[in-house]
Each structure stands twice: as C-alpha cells, then as structure tokens.
Design a protein around this ligand. Structure first.
Ligand code: CA
Ligand code: CA
Length: 260
C-alpha cells in the first residue's frame, strides 16, 4: 500500500510539475474569452459537441487536447445538453483530470479577477472516498487551481495547488493539507446531502484562499485549472456535472453556494 501511495503521489506531482516546464501549444496562449462586463469565461461548454470531450481542455502534460483520438478513450467525461445548455458530464470511475492551461493567458490577473466561479451538481458520490488517504482518494467532483512551484520537497519541486472538492466523507468546510503542505484541500460539499438535479454555484476568492492556506501572496496568474472526478480507488461510480467556469472581479461576485 505504501508503494501504491507513493506512486499515486508522484503521478499527480509529475503531472502538475510538467505544467511549469514544457512548451505548450499556441492555442493555449490565447486570451481567456472576455465578456463586455470584464468577466473572463474559462468555459461554458456552449461551443462543444454533445457526446465529445470539450475542445479547449488538455491532457495532463498539455501535449494533446483531451478530445484527440489517442487521448479520448481514457476519459469518462463528455459534453451533455439539457434545455439548450451544454455542460461537462462525468460518469464512471476513471481517474483522469482535464487540464485548462492558464500560464500563457495574458489577460488573466487574479488580483483583478480573484473570484473563481463555477457551477456543479453531483448525482452520485463514490462511497467511502477520502481525499486524504491515497488508497481511497476519490471525489465526485473537484476543481484544482495550480500555481507555480512551492518549496522543494525531497528531491522535487512541488507546485502549490488548491483543490476545491465535493468530498464523499470529509467534513464540509474543512481545509486540509497534503503533498508536503503544497496541496490544500478545501471541502465545499460533502456526502449526499446536496446531490441531485439542482446546480450549485460556487464563488471562491482564490487570492484570499491562497493567502490563508499558504501564508503568502499568490502569483498573478496560476498555471492551470484542473477538473477531476473519479471513483477508481474505492471502485465506485461517480457522476457529476460542471459548467460556467469564470473569473470575476470582487464587484461581480453575486452569490455564494446558492442553489439555483
Ligand atoms: Ca453551459
Ligand atoms: Ca482515485
């Protein structure tokens, strides 16, 4: 079990580490689409094809878009549509994250738009999932914000990241720390209490969260946003939807954890 745990750690660490180092495709250097009111829309999935992976998300090392044939078979995400709204749907157990690179998006400065906003809903949690235990590390839904390298851990530099999660078992509102303190886990929802058909909108001030969790100021631009749903560790199906991932200014913050 210890060997498994270490290898899992290294997969995540390596996949995040590589974000800081590689030459990334030109497409991921495009500015984030900006509304007339200044809101930056990372993705609302409206331009994507139903049944396919989203166009603008990449594999873990940003070599290939997730929707390219050699990649897509590994993923359990696809675009779904209800009432003329497209969104990202996950259903399965596979533990592959989708990666939206931010490193080269020159119109993003999180001191101007510190509110990371999205909506999500969960229809099934992986029973027994626990983000703090590597052999149970599953979550119905989670969004990571990955920042540049933190302190050196053992022989590796480990990026700092905040994982906002819908946990199966961790207490709602709790904050935890793993990967030598460089990954913070913020539990926004827990268990089955709020699962179902209703969307829940989240607005997190990632500058404030970073300062509170890491004790210093974040870089103005994170490396990436990652989406991860999985159930492979406890071998139970997870089912979740994601939509409307945006950066907003403080003035544009409307609601917090409100059911729609
Ligand atoms: Ca949408
Ligand atoms: Ca897992």
């Amino acid at each position: 079990m210890i060997r498994l745990s270490i290898s899992f750690l290294l997969i995540i660490i390596n996949s995040i580490s590589v974000l800081a180092q590689i030459n990334i495709p030109d497409e991921v250097k495009q500015p984030i689409p900006e509304l007339s009111n200044g809101i930056l829309v990372v993705d609302d999935f409206e331009d994507d094809m139903v049944g396919k992976l989203p166009d603008r998300w990449y594999n873990r090392d940003v070599k290939n878009a997730a929707n390219e044939p050699e990649e897509s078979r590994y993923y359990s995400y696809f675009i779904d549509e209800v009432c003329n709204n497209k969104y990202l749907h996950y259903e399965g157990t596979d533990a592959r994250h989708l990666n939206f690179p931010l490193k080269e998006r020159e119109n993003l400065n999180i001191y101007e738009t510190p509110i990371l906003s999205w909506k999500w809903r969960v229809k099934q949690i992986p029973e027994g999932g626990n983000e703090l235990e590597n052999h149970k590390n599953d979550a119905a839904a989670s969004i990571y914000v990955v920042f540049d390298m933190g302190r050196v851990a053992l022989f590796k530099k480990v990026p700092k990241s905040i994982r906002y999660t819908w946990s199966s078992t961790l207490e709602k509102g709790s904050e935890n720390s793993i990967f030598y303190g460089n990954q913070k886990i913020v539990v926004l929802e827990s268990g089955s209490e709020n699962i179902g058909e209703h969307w829940i909108t989240v607005e997190q001030n990632i500058v404030e969260d970073y300062r509170r969790l890491f004790g210093d100021d974040p870089p103005a631009r994170p490396l990436a946003i990652l989406i991860l749903s999985d159930g492979n560790s406890v071998n139970d199906t997870a089912e979740a939807d994601y939509d409307d991932i945006m950066f907003k200014s403080l003035d544009q913050r409307l609601i917090k954890n409100t059911k729609q």
